[in-house]
Design a protein around this ligand. Structure first.
Ligand code: PMT
Length: 410
């Protein structure tokens, strides 16, 4: 078995809290614990009362070299197991396996066992590895709970597909211990001070919606909140890049270390972005830019009449296509927001606009696209595609910037 250390994650001195709930997959928690111990981490196990039916506290105590915690206090001597100090002690809280029941309780704030009160007190990153039957996993209630948790920043290691304890086959098997250990190792590495891997690089990010005036009162726009683009700008800056964020109207604060240029219309965004591109190493086109604008905006408020009103629209300039035409050796990342034939449309934009890669999100996926704190994207380049699970927009930004870093520093 390969240890996380061998996979590049030295966990010496790190504190991992391992929460185990009542699932057949609890046996995998033993291997997970062993992987972390081998990599030098301190592991404290918290179990739900039902989890003891699936794997014994003796096994987990022996592997973790610490007594297991289940109850709020020890019935023998009354010693209190403080969920607050457990939450403070941990560098990362990993609940694996996480049943549908525990996920539902986490999503709604139920606090009827030590594992859950510790979740509510945890200040560290929280990771869940769901394990359940395929229909339970696919049920809208479970999916809604996962979206709620992801939106609150809980990280989800998606289950795999295969044979399940019920005898059925499908998606619901807890991810393999090695996979979870690698995920947590990477996460703990990232939560340390970010390495300034993009120092000296200049990047532009467009974000948010443009606003096309009809008259001084009305406009044409879309639902973009700017969250996805702001997360990317923040992540690029955290890794040391000099970032110019060309932003449509939004209520979001400027991410630390980012220079922000506010614009309203597609024409203003075009001017600001093309100008900044002259001295940039690359650009990420995340804004939802109007493709059409009123041919002329009325200087006074349009008065209503009895009949219909027709507004003539003309095409705006395509900012991404313009940068694609003049990019030379620079990096250009695009987005595609689709509602149908998603991949084909995204691939066509990848080629037409000369992107290095494009980030596809579809409004058909729950939790993806506009306004929310999560997204579900597929990264497509000229060689192939990588479909990512539902994640917080911050995590999606990390994955996109990982790719950008790979391309800019090769
Ligand atoms: O802001 P949020 O609420 O977090 O939502 C995020 C998002 C859904 C807006 C984001 O993830 C996203 O998909 N952004 C691109 C939306 C879009 O307009 O896609 P498109 O398929 O219409 O455009 C394709 C690409 O060309 C995009 O990179 C776009 O920025 C760019 N474009 C489009 C038109 C235009 N005139 N100029 C452009 O640069």
């Amino acid at each position: 078995m390969t240890s996380p250390t061998a996979a590049g994650h030295d966990l010496a001195g790190r504190h991992i809290l391992l929460g185990i709930t009542g699932s057949i997959a609890a046996y995998k928690a033993a291997m997970l614990c062993r992987l972390w111990k081998t990599a030098g981490a301190e592991v404290q196990v918290v179990m739900t009362p039902l989890a003891k039916q699936f794997i014994t506290p003796l096994t987990m105590a022996t592997l973790s070299k610490r007594p297991i915690l289940v109850e709020f206090f020890d019935p023998e001597n009354g010693a209190w197991n403080s969920h607050v100090s457990l939450g403070e002690w941990a560098d990362c809280y990993v609940i694996a396996p996480a049943t549908a029941n525990t996920l539902a309780k986490m999503a709604t704030g139920v606090a009827d066992n030590l594992l859950l009160t510790t979740y509510l007190s945890a200040r560290c990153p929280v990771v869940v590895a769901p394990a359940m039957d395929l229909d339970m996993y696919a049920h809208e209630a479970t999916q809604q709970n996962l979206r709620t948790l992801a939106a609150r920043g809980v990280r989800i290691v998606e289950p795999g597909e295969g044979e399940l304890a019920s005898g059925l086959s499908g998606k619901g098997r807890m991810a393999e211990p090695q996979q979870i250990a690698e995920y947590v190792g990477r996460l703990l590495g990232e939560t340390d001070e970010k390495k300034k891997t993009l120092a000296g690089k200049r990047m532009i990010v467009t974000a948010g919606a443009t606003i096309e005036a009809i008259d001084p009162v009305r406009f044409i726009s879309n639902h973009s909140s700017g969250k996805m683009g702001y997360a990317i700008a923040g992540e690029l800056a955290a890794r040391g890049a000099e970032v110019t964020l060309v932003s449509g109207r939004t209520a979001l604060p400027t991410p630390p270390g980012v220079e922000r240029v506010d614009v309203l219309s597609a024409a203003e965004m075009y001017e600001a972005t093309v100008k900044a591109f002259d001295r940039a190493d690359g650009a990420v086109m995340c804004a939802a830019v109007a493709d059409y604008t009123p041919e002329s905006a009325s200087e006074t408020k349009l008065k209503k009449g009895d009949g219909e009103l027709f507004i003539r629209l003309r095409r705006t300039q395509d900012i991404a296509a313009e940068l694609g035409a003049r990019k030379g050796g620079r990096l250009l990342v695009g987005f595609a927001l689709e509602t149908n034939d998603e991949k084909a449309h995204a691939q066509s934009k990848l080629r037409r606009k000369n992107f290095d890669f494009i980030v596809l999100n579809s409004l058909r996926d729950a939790g993806a696209g506009f306004r929310g704190d999560t997204n579900k994207v597929t990264l497509i380049d000229h060689a192939g595609s990588e479909e990512l699970p539902l994640m917080s927009k911050r995590e999606v930004a990390e994955r996109i910037v990982d790719r950008i870093e790979g391309l800019l520093t090769r």
